[in-house]
Design a protein around this ligand. Sequence first.
Ligand code: SAH
Length: 268
Amino acid sequence: MKDVRAKKHLGQHFLIDQTIAERTANALFPPGSLVALSNSGNKLLEIGPGMGILTKYLLHRADFDVHAIELDQESIEYLKRSKLLPENKLIEGDFLKLDFDAFSDRPFSIVGNFPYNISNMIMFRVFENRDKIAQISGMFQHEVAERITSKPGKKAYGILSVFIQAFYTAEYMFVVGPEVFNPPPKVKSAIIRLVRNDVKKLNCTEKLFITVVKTAFNQRRKMLSNSLKSMLGEHKIASEIMNKRPEQLSVAEFEMLTNTIEKLTQNQ
Ligand code: SAH
């Protein structure tokens, strides 16, 4: 299986430990969880199958219709030769450019030992397309996994935590050391699982919410009364919340804050 050479610019760290691959595939979505997600289809898209070590175990899951998207030509050729997946289920291309509507007319699930160099971009695509993505789980750098799943009050809680957790239940599953990959990454990795919650729309204007969250975390050590000054202009918000730092606010509090800012500033 080692005739594919890892390419750094594609974030390639191939899993070499079968036990971890199997555990990862099994930890992803417990059997039956799809049933609980009404209106979602059973399509599963693996991002970056590489040499198919995870794919092999995903195919054991009868509850999924497994597809994969891979950018690396050498991996694609390897996978075609191996005949692991039927050719019509192997998409040659860039996940970041994939047309989701053409891929599936119903919400689908995503899985992978993700290319770490595009972790953030993958997550922002998920946020933007949350009504198409019922679940996503897999391997990220430990630090990114923590940022996505952290609760308020934790050091890792930030923009990604707020955006993702507004629409997904986020669970940190288990940590994996660098030695199970070839080449080993410099950092630890972790498996996370995100399942779409039932929030259809935020309780505030989404565009402003995004600006508020980003502005607040831009100066994460400052109190909101300070970091949001540029948005408030002359206005003052007399609330305890303004004495907090952004990492102390829940999604619901950011929504409330957004509504307050909108009311105050809309007559300008
Ligand atoms: N799943 C394999 C490989 C993980 S490494 C394993 O566990 O061994 C990450 C994989 O993502 C590589 O195969 C890399 O070529 C692929 N990749 C990188 N960027 C991609 C992109 N934008 N779209 C699809 N695949 C990508």
